[in-house]
Ligand binder design. Structure first.
Ligand code: PMV
Length: 334
């Protein structure tokens, strides 16, 4: 009997970034990273497992349009992950999979993190496996989109670096209710970035700044962890901005260089400084893309949003917040 499961998994925004991998295929990072799980930005995946079928079927839903066949590389990534999950479960059946994002894909908003977390959780459950969080995290990471390891949990999550494949999984530092932080995302780019994160990780070590940032990151991890435990935006903010800038310094100085920013990215970063000058606790971070996440406490969110909406080049805002992690409450996609 085929069995169908639907999982909604959130994206996450890294406060301390994963950039550069010891093993790119398995996404084994050089250093630890820390993120906040989001809520509004999410992926939904429905996976149906049929033990008697032998060919996988992958569908892609965009907006409210009819389901369609995804681009070849996208479908390949999904089938490769299904192969890993089948091998883990020692099963031979096939899947019908449909997937959908609530936000633009491939624009530095962590669609691969939410997408592979949702796929991993839906597919393993459809095969009848009942896995622990750490097992799901390690399996999501093995997709190659390492930040998916953090998206299987809610709240504030750290992903320690470990050389060992089965010990390299994320864990929760604090749950969603520990600290209500908001993330006003200024979307300045909706077309897919030219250089994938995977390629960025591969080039990271060619940056002369890579080794310096490796030295800086240990203190930053301790500062961010302490800021989360102590719910201190004043302690968190400056470190998360340093980390975001350093990620892009490494990208810009890798060989060949990678330019993720757009002109409007700089306008938003400048607007965030204006907001701070006006006394608001707003701090900017970016993953590997042009779109800017502005982290702030709930009382500052309305003024942050009002100001950012008016910045030339901002297409629209996504008003997100720390979230509770994946759930199975979404409607089946087929
Ligand atoms: O998980 P990947 O391979 O998509 O890489 C994520 C890289 C960053 O988003 C830039 C940083 C991070 O830790 O999420």
């Amino acid at each position: 009997m085929p069995r169908k499961v639907t999982v909604r998994a959130p994206a996450n925004i890294a406060f301390v970034k994963y950039w550069g991998a010891r093993d790119l295929d398995k996404a084994i990072p050089y250093q630890q990273s820390i993120s906040m799980t989001l809520s509004v930005c999410h992926s939904i995946c429905t996976a149906e497992y049929d033990p008697l079928a032998r060919t996988d079927e992958v569908w892609w839903l965009r907006d409210d349009a009819e389901p369609r066949k995804p681009p070849e590389a996208f479908a390949r990534g999904i089938v490769d992950q299904l192969d890993r999950l089948r091998e883990f479960a020692d099963l031979k059946g096939a899947f019908r999979v449909a997937t959908k994002n609530s936000f633009p894909s491939g624009t530095g908003l962590a669609s691969s993190a939410s997408g592979f977390a949702a796929l991993t959780m839906a597919a393993t459950s459809a095969m009848g496996l009942d896995l622990q969080g750490w097992e799901l995290s390690a399996l999501a990471r093995s997709s190659g989109a390492g930040s998916a390891a953090r998206s299987v949990f809610g709240g504030y999550v750290e992903w320690p670096a470990s050389d060992s494949d089965d010990r390299c999984f994320a864990r929760v530092i604090a749950g969603r209710d520990h600290w209500d932080l908001r993330d006003v995302i200024a979307v300045v780019e909706i077309t897919e970035k030219r250089v994938s994160s995977r390629e960025g990780h591969a080039r990271a070590v060619s940056s002369p700044y890579f080794a310096t940032r490796q030295e800086l990151v240990f203190d930053r991890l301790a500062q961010v962890r302490a800021a989360i435990i102590g719910c201190s935006i004043a302690a968190l903010g400056p470190v998360l901005e340093e980390e975001a800038i350093d990620l892009h310094v490494m990208a810009l100085t890798s060989r060949p260089p990678i330019f993720y920013w757009k002109p409007a990215t700089l306008s938003v970063l400048s607007a965030v400084r204006d907001l701070r000058d006006a006394g608001l606790a707003a701090y900017a971070t970016l993953d590997a893309g042009a779109n800017v996440h502005v982290i702030c406490p709930p009382e500052d969110e309305p003024r942050v949003a009002e100001h950012l909406e008016a910045v030339p080049g901002v297409a629209y805002l996504i008003r997100d917040r720390v979230g509770n992690g994946p759930d199975t409450r979404a409607r089946d996609l087929f």
